[in-house]
Design a protein around this ligand. Structure first.
Ligand code: ZN
Length: 112
């Protein structure tokens, strides 16, 4: 009967509500569910906190991210300027200072 979303971190389906937050029993991740009144027209990109992202935003990476196929790591806390939103699994196109152009997942960033 539950229509709560799966955990965005580990995809666990046994999430539950705790006040205004949703909580995952598997990985203990807490997040605020997207507002019911959010426009459903087209795609909306949201950061880890559920804030809507827009082209040109500056975001902060919230955890260390390994770059596929390289030994580079983007450290949590890295600021990324002037993002571009794209469709796909990695839905943010951006250029990280000192690393270069790359794609990130919106769930691993926070609007700065
Ligand atoms: Zn989880």
């Amino acid at each position: 009967m539950s229509d709560l979303p799966n955990c965005p971190k580990c995809s666990c389906e046994y999430t539950y509500e705790d006040g205004f937050l949703l909580v995952c029993p598997e990985c203990a991740y807490e997040w605020s569910p997207s507002a019911d009144s959010a426009p459903q027209e087209g795609r909306v990109w949201k950061d880890a906190n559920g804030n809507v992202l827009q082209d040109g935003d500056t975001v902060t990476v919230i955890k260390d991210l390994k770059l596929k196929g390289t030994s580079s790591v983007i450290k949590g806390g890295t600021k990324v300027k002037n993002i571009r939103l794209v469709d796909g699994d990695h839905d943010i196109d951006c250029k990280v200072e000192g690393i270069g152009p790359m794609q990130l997942k919106s769930q691993f960033v926070r609007k700065a």
